[in-house]
Design a protein around this ligand. Structure first.
Ligand code: F6P
Length: 538
């Protein structure tokens, strides 16, 4: 279907004509009930979307677009295990990773909920043994540090969540994360660790990923060098869907935690890929996080679209991307603990919806894929917010905040939140030339100080950063991606675009060290760069 040819799309274009010229000041003046009306709760999350350049009519038209795109049917198709990842002919069932044990979902003849809980129980048992010290390393000492080796979805999820929840790490076990093929990463992570008290988790869905396997080999040599070959069984475990490759690497598959091809890498940290997190915060906290995910899954599946948080936020993403030509979306957590959340969302959103063809292989007809980026507030305020306030680009932004701090001093948490609220207000309403002149500003300086406002934001508040609220936030963004992918008609669950570069790197690698001229450099520029690199490499 070409959604841009639908009557619903045309109606939105007409609405855009009417709304684009309006300032948020006017929208609020015309509609005093706007702040109350354009807000809603899902689980513990509260969303204020009144500071968006949208009227009640805009929202109605966006909801009609969602119906037209078949969003209702698509949600049901995902939750019931249809193969909606068409290019890989797979079900998409990350929602099953957090279904309660008494639920049942039979897909392709298999009760996936039972499978999920069998793995969760195995993870809980193992985590419990590591946390209590019952699981001992080669020299009989308990584990103090877990090193997760993985990349992309096998790194960003657990790394982000560990940073977010490290205040809950109550067993004295810390986690480190190694992902990059840059040797600095693994060396930096291992250099001050004692192999005797370190557990390495090799996390890779495919167990073929160059970065992960190379880093894992380096870690293995480091361990074997210190403690001997037989130490591997006590210091290495794996998380993967590929038992054969795990065994080939030399890890006993009894120490392997599995998942399934119906879990995409970027949707996987609430399953076995979260093992490092579970060891750090404990199985109970991990399960609280899963309950948080599930709360938002149920909300997404059952709430009417006009009161459905992921649906409304996804539709607003469409509104700015396709009607206002916005290129990017900032995610600004007012929580230092969420400092890896924007990076995590980059993979989730951009690997999912950075597509140029629809699910049937025909070209998309409208711009797709928001560029996600961000940093925690207030740091970002002193870096890039200048452009958000006075630049020429429209950057819709999501502001995230929490009612209660995990720790506080000198009223810092209230100051943090005051900054969040001040920023969204300044972005929306700005300050006019008249107001600035009235303050006695010299005429020639007035234009520099004008704050145009009319910059749209969502504000998301949760009572406290807990395992549950983190799960709710992640599920919210997973489903926002789903809503946008459905409107754009893309397959949000494949990632073919990453393959070519991987293959070319493997083809190029021998040329970097060979004495021979590079025989098959892919192009003249790359051939010249290979020569220059060789000169520099010495
Ligand atoms: O290169 C992209 C990617 O395939 C991601 O989708 C995935 O999360 C990551 O690589 C790691 O893959 P694996 O878990 O198989 O090592």
């Amino acid at each position: 279907m070409d959604i841009s040819r639908s009557g619903e799309w045309a109606a939105l274009e007409a609405n855009h004509e009417a709304v684009a010229g309006k300032h948020l000041r006017e929208l609020f003046a015309e509609d005093p009930g706007r702040a109350e009306r354009m807000s809603l709760t899902a689980g513990d999350l509260y969303l204020d979307y009144s500071k968006h350049r949208a009227t009640a009519e805009t929202m109605e038209l966006l909801l009609a677009l969602a119906e037209k795109a078949g969003l209702r049917e698509r949600i049901e198709a995902m939750f019931s295990g249809e193969h909606i990842n068409v290019s890989e002919d797979r079900a998409v069932l990350h929602v099953a990773l957090r279904m309660p044990a008494d639920a049942k979902l039979v897909v392709d003849g298999q009760d996936v909920v039972a499978d999920v809980h069998a793995v969760l129980d195995k993870m809980s048992d193992f985590s419990g043994r590591v946390r209590s010290g019952e699981w001992r390393g080669q020299t009989g000492q308990a584990i103090r540090t877990v090193v997760n080796i993985g990349i992309g979805g096998s790194d960003l999820g657990p790394a982000m969540a560990y940073e977010a929840l490290r205040d809950y790490a109550d067993a004295g076990i810390t986690a480190r994360f190694v992902s990059n093929i840059d040797p600095a990463d693994i060396h930096g992570a291992l250099k001050d660790l004692d192999p005797a008290t370190t557990l390495v988790i090799v996390s890779s869905k495919t167990f073929t990923t160059l970065e992960t396997l190379t880093n894992a080999k380096v870690a293995r040599s480091w361990l074997v060098g210190a403690l001997g070959e037989e130490a591997v069984a006590k210091h290495f475990v794996a998380v993967s869907t590929n038992a054969e490759k795990v065994a080939e690497f030399g890890i006993d598959t009894a120490n392997m935690f599995g998942f399934w091809d119906w879990v995409g890498g970027r949707y996987s940290y609430d399953g076995a890929i979260g093992l490092s997190l579970m060891i750090a915060i404990g199985p109970e906290r991990f399960r609280e996080m899963l309950d948080g995910f599930h709360t938002i899954d149920e909300h997404f599946r059952t709430a009417p679209f006009e009161a459905n948080m992921p649906v409304l936020m996804g539709l607003l993403g469409i509104w700015y991307t396709d009607f206002f030509d916005a290129q990017t979306r900032a995610v600004l957590p007012y929580s230092q603990r969420l400092h890896r959340f924007p990076a995590y969302l980059q993979q989730l959103t951009m690997e999912s919806n950075g597509k140029s063809v629809q699910a049937d292989g025909t070209p998309v007809t409208v711009p797709t894929g928001e560029i996600f980026w961000g940093e925690p507030g207030t740091n970002g305020q002193h870096a890039f917010y200048q452009l958000l306030h006075q630049g020429t680009r429209l950057v819709p932004a999501d502001f995230l905040g929490f009612g209660e701090p995990l720790e506080d001093a000198e009223g810092m948490h209230d100051l943090l939140t005051a900054n969040l609220l001040a920023q969204t207000s300044a972005l929306a309403f700005g300050k006019t030339a008249e107001e600035i002149a009235a303050e006695g500003t010299a005429a020639e300086v007035v234009p520099h100080k004008v704050m145009p406002g009319n910059r749209p934001t969502s504000t998301l508040l949760a009572p406290r950063l807990t395992p549950s609220t983190l799960g709710q936030l992640v599920a919210l963004y997973e489903h926002i991606v789903f809503v946008e992918g459905t409107i754009w008609g893309v397959d949000s669950f494949d990632q073919w675009g990453v393959e070519l570069g991987k293959k070319m790197a493997m083809d190029l690698a021998p040329a970097l060290t060979s004495e021979e001229p590079p025989a098959q450099a892919p192009d003249a520029s790359t051939a010249a760069l290979v020569r220059k690199y060789r000169e520099m490499r010495g």
